[in-house]
Ligand binder design. Structure first.
Ligand code: UAG
Ligand code: ATP
Ligand code: API
Ligand code: MG
Length: 485
């Protein structure tokens, strides 16, 4: 396929062009290593390197058009250079135009917030399939083009990948797509060109301060998503979150709120909590849900609100919602032959850990012991480590601190940084076992019938990343193996 660049630059704020404007290109890339003869290269400034340093390389490999924020000192006369103010933002528009402006032909709903994005986006995908539609999903766990699975590498794919996948969804006949929008993605303009039908805010708690530096910058990144919504879109926020209101402060979209506590457009209340689910009153009607935990009442309410704002009938939505079951790696329980329960959950922030442990505490009928196995990611927010240590020890009877993707860091050092946060009176509860498999084995050995083990932080992940190498590792697989030994 070849496309004229005049079409590609629609809605891009061009400062100047050096060279011909009447050029056809084959492919669009932001990585010089992928450029082939006749392609377009966008030089983006990154966190590690600067795409401008690879312009020469891209030209050598045959780039016909280069989009950049600064012209290189010497430039080939055969290549057209398009100067823009923000190359990452331009990339999002160029990719969207290249893939036939997909968001003009699909109802796209984005979910953002610290926790709950995967849960809400995946449940919306399942719900709309049950309602009879063809649907797409872009999530941390996996991507779907209707029923075709495409492996996920990020929570939000890069700008090119997003538009490519959305275009494939349209070709497959999808009416809707539900996607997670991470704060990194917003900050890097991966979603700038997309025309969202709706946006959902979950909550904002401590995470990713390695990248955003301050909580305020993290908040502003999330808010940027709602600022970008158009006036025919809807924006749904969590009225029970401290920052719920601020998120929608400057949006042009129609605003809606959901709450389990206060007055809101969409309301729910937990009527009964059971081991295998809960009974809710949702928007005035009763709903059985296979999910537990107060935070899931919020997630389900967000799902319901979005479905209603997408004009789906109330009774049918509630009926199909009661059939929804758990999302991979989110509160998945396994029982050993001698009655020990292990729960695998993706809690990797202080707030998520607390929510999950409080939910587990509410499940206790006698004085079952709760043992938590948890680590914190390497090369990620270091300031959440002591908080995760503190919360785990406060809300468990025993904690085994271990590794969770140490990446380039020393795993013992990460564990030490988690331990620093543990209150003095809780230190006796804490063990440190660096090898995650051994940590899980020890928890299982310590547990007696009816005790509960929480294995937190990796959820659906099937790897342990150490020094740039992903080794196969799956919490559920390991637990089952040890349970059956
Ligand atoms: C910190 C971060 O977000 N990094 C992302 C970013 O890379 P970067 O800014 O570091 O890129 P860089 O290496 O500095 O390179 C700058 C530019 O030079 C280009 N380049 C580089 C080398 C070369 O030889 N030629 C060349 O052209 C690169 O393609 C890039 O355009 O842009 C890349 C392309 O989109 C992403 O793949 C990469 O994700 C990395 C792998 C990552 O780990 N990201 C995580 C933190 C992330 O994005 N997480 C969020 C979820 C978080 C959550 O909510 O839980 C996500 O959405 O997944
Ligand atoms: N609404 C919520 N509020 C607080 N904690 C939640 C909520 N929903 C889920 N959690 C907890 O957070 C964990 C991660 O949930 P989920 O994967 O849905 O979040 P996410 O926002 O997609 O995370 P990520 O940023 O890694 O993509 C869950 O395993 C659970 O422990
Ligand atoms: N999307 C999150 C996932 C964290 C999961 C945890 N297992 C880790 O590796 O830190 C992040 O990139 O921060
Ligand atoms: Mg996610």
């Amino acid at each position: 396929m070849s496309v004229n660049i005049n079409e590609l630059f629609a809605s891009v704020n061009i400062q100047s062009v050096k060279g011909s404007r009447d050029v056809e290109v084959n492919e669009v890339h932001f990585d010089s290593r992928k450029v082939k003869e006749g392609d377009l290269f966008v030089a983006c400034r990154g966190t590690v390197s600067d795409g401008h340093d690879f312009i020469e390389k891209a030209v050598e490999q045959g780039a016909k058009v280069v989009v950049c924020e600064e012209l290189p000192k010497s430039s080939s006369s055969e290549t057209s250079f398009v100067l823009v103010e923000d190359a990452s933002e331009a990339l999002s528009h160029i990719a969207h135009n290249f893939y036939n402006k997909p968001t003009e032909n699909i109802q796209l709903v984005g979910v953002t917030g610290t926790n709950g994005k995967t849960t809400i986006a995946s449940l919306l995908y399942e719900l709309f399939r049950k309602l009879g539609y063809k649907v797409g999903l872009l999530s941390t766990v996996t991507n779907y083009i209707d029923t075709k699975e495409v492996k996920a590498t990020h929570t939000t794919p890069d700008a090119i990948q997003i538009s490519k996948l959305l275009n494939e969804m349209i070709e497959e006949g999808c009416d809707y797509c539900f996607m997670e929008v991470s704060s990194h993605a917003i900050d890097q303009h991966r979603t700038s060109a997309l025309n969202f039908k709706g946006g959902i805010f979950t909550n904002l708690t401590h995470d990713h301060l390695d990248y955003h530096k301050t909580f305020d910058a993290y908040l502003r990144a999330k808010k940027g998503f709602f600022d970008q919504l158009g006036k025919t879109s809807f924006a749904i926020t969590n009225a029970d979150d401290k920052n719920g209101k601020i998120m929608l402060q400057n949006t042009k979209a129609h605003k809606f709120t959901y709450s389990t506590r206060a007055f809101a457009d969409f309301r729910a209340q937990i009527l009964e909590k059971h081991f295998n689910g809960m009974m809710l009153e949702m928007d005035g009607l009763e709903l059985w849900s296979n999910f537990i935990g107060d935070f899931n009442a919020h997630n389900l309410l967000a799902v319901y609100s979005a479905a209603r704002l997408l004009d789906q009938p109330k009774d049918e939505v509630l009926m199909k919602m009661s059939e929804l079951t758990s999302v991979a790696g989110r509160f998945e329980s396994l029982i050993s032959p001698n009655g020990v329960m292990a729960i695998v959950d993706y809690a990797h922030t202080p707030d998520a850990l607390k929510n999950v442990l409080v939910t587990i505490d509410q499940l206790r009928t006698h004085n079952e012991t709760v043992i938590t196995v948890v680590g914190a990611g390497g090369d990620r927010d270091k300031t959440k480590r002591p908080l995760m240590g503190q919360v785990s020890a406060e809300y468990s009877d025993k904690v085994i601190l271990t590794s969770d993707n140490p990446r380039s860091e020393n795993p013992d050092q990460i564990i030490q940084e988690m331990k620093v946060g543990v209150d003095a009176h809780n230190l006796r509860k804490v063990l440190a076992i660096t090898d995650r498999k051994e940590a899980i084995r020890t928890a299982i050995m310590l547990a007696q019938k009816d005790d509960i083990i929480l294995v937190a932080g990796k959820g659906h992940e099937d790897y342990q990343e150490i020094n740039g190498v992903k080794h196969h590792f799956d919490d559920k697989e390991i637990i089952n193996e040890i349970f059956n030994q």
